[in-house]
Design a binder for this molecule. Structure first.
Ligand code: COA
Length: 152
């Protein structure tokens, strides 16, 4: 598989939306994520990257840099379900880690629903440690869990 990672541009919007549509999200969640992608791709320090597998959009990641504490936050990450377990997610996170480390950021964290078992295993595999659980962060009865990696 020929995999390349590029910066997001608004011409990628429909293709990203197609990947998100396969996650079973509500319209509100989709709209919120698309709005944040536009925001983070046009902010000076934040970034959105897209992965291309054989010239087809295979996934994306967005990251926000928090100036006040010099930490960065993954704000969105998804890989096309038909292209999973091929290290596309790992390469997207690796691209973000490289970018934030170049910017002397101290570490990277991400929130995910507690019931996202695959996503949690993924972050643990990449060296992220479970930090805290936020009660009902996502919805009534659905807690969020934060994973953190502090850079050496
Ligand atoms: C989480 C996600 C981004 C992983 O993308 P991916 O490209 O399939 O992941 P990779 O192939 O890079 O996985 C690297 C390693 O993480 C672990 N991993 C990944 N997905 C896993 C799963 N569903 N279950 C258990 N372990 C998993 C494995 O150790 C894997 O290595 P291996 O395949 O050699 O065993 C993808 O499943 C996804 O888009 N999920 C829906 C959205 C989401 O959960 N986003 C992240 C939370 S915000």
């Amino acid at each position: 598989m020929d995999l390349t990672i590029t910066g997001y541009s608004s011409k990628d919007r429909d293709a990203v939306q197609l990947v998100l549509a396969q996650l079973g999200w509500t319209a509100n969640q989709m709209d919120g994520q698309m709005a944040s992608i536009e925001r983070f791709s046009s902010a000076p320090r934040d970034r959105v990257y897209v992965a291309w597998a054989n010239n087809r959009l295979a996934g994306y990641i967005s990251v926000e840099l928090h100036l006040w504490n010099n930490l960065a936050q993954i704000q969105g990450l998804a890989v096309d379900p038909s292209l999973r377990r091929r290290k596309i997610g790992a390469k997207l996170v690796g691209t973000v880690e490289e970018y934030v480390r170049e910017n002397r950021v101290r570490g990277l964290y991400v929130d995910t629903p507690v019931n996202n078992v695959g996503g949690r295993e993924f972050y643990e595999r990449l060296g992220y440690q479970q930090d805290y659980v936020m009660t009902e962060y996502y919805d009534v009865g659905l807690d969020g869990v934060t994973y953190l990696k502090l850079f050496k």
